[in-house]
Design a protein around this ligand. Sequence first.
Ligand code: URA
Length: 264
Amino acid sequence: MSDTRSLFLEEMGLTRWQLRIQTTKADQEAEPVEANPPLAADAALPPAVTPAPVLPASAFREALSPTLARQAEIARMDWETLEAASRNCSACGLCQMRKQAVPGVGDRHPDWLFIGEGPGAEEDAQGEPFVGQAGKLLDAMLASIGLRRGNRVYIANAVKCRPEGNRTPHPDEMATCRPFLQRQIALLQPRLIVLLGKAAMHSVLGEDRSLASMRQRIWHYEHIPVLVTYHPAYLLRNLPEKIKVWEDLCLARRTMAQQSTTTG
Ligand code: URA
């Protein structure tokens, strides 16, 4: 077979096809001939064209939207790349006021993931979540159910950079930071997530209902059970609500115990 023709057939995916030639007795007695004789038109065949690779639909979407491309890039990151990317992030205005980003802290194979709102002044200065007044109360909350930060516990925030004046992060700031949090959850695979306050509830569950109506129930994020309770900073201002947080922590502990008996 001529080179041009075999290339052409190969491009068409037809290399395994053979021309079936009907033979007569006279043919069989004659000199053997090549099975696929060169075609007269071979010389006129167009040059072989390599088809463009077929891209998955997600690749087209990513090519059209920088936001989706960024999300897809973050969704593939390992821990080191993820932390470096959040430290160097300038995707929203929060980066302008920060001393440093505060990606998160703790055991990277945790049972428990606690998610707060965003770093305050002390966290911004130290680079670790919940190290100020609210953090001391969070440590006490953890201790009340036998937990300690760093030991089967990871602590993160809905946004990684401090909103000025410790204001609540805006929904668009949380949305911009969400791919980092989502990737953290995917890497951590905690057995239970506890959301501290409305901002974390909004960021993870996409919910804007009142926290009071969301607590004391088990929600799910990607099959991981999720509980909602009040933020420690809110508790510092509303001490009588402590009893509700205690109830929520007891439910969290029961849920974790059930998780352990069902998943081993
Ligand atoms: N409040 C939060 O939500 N997160 C922190 O890291 C500190 C205070």
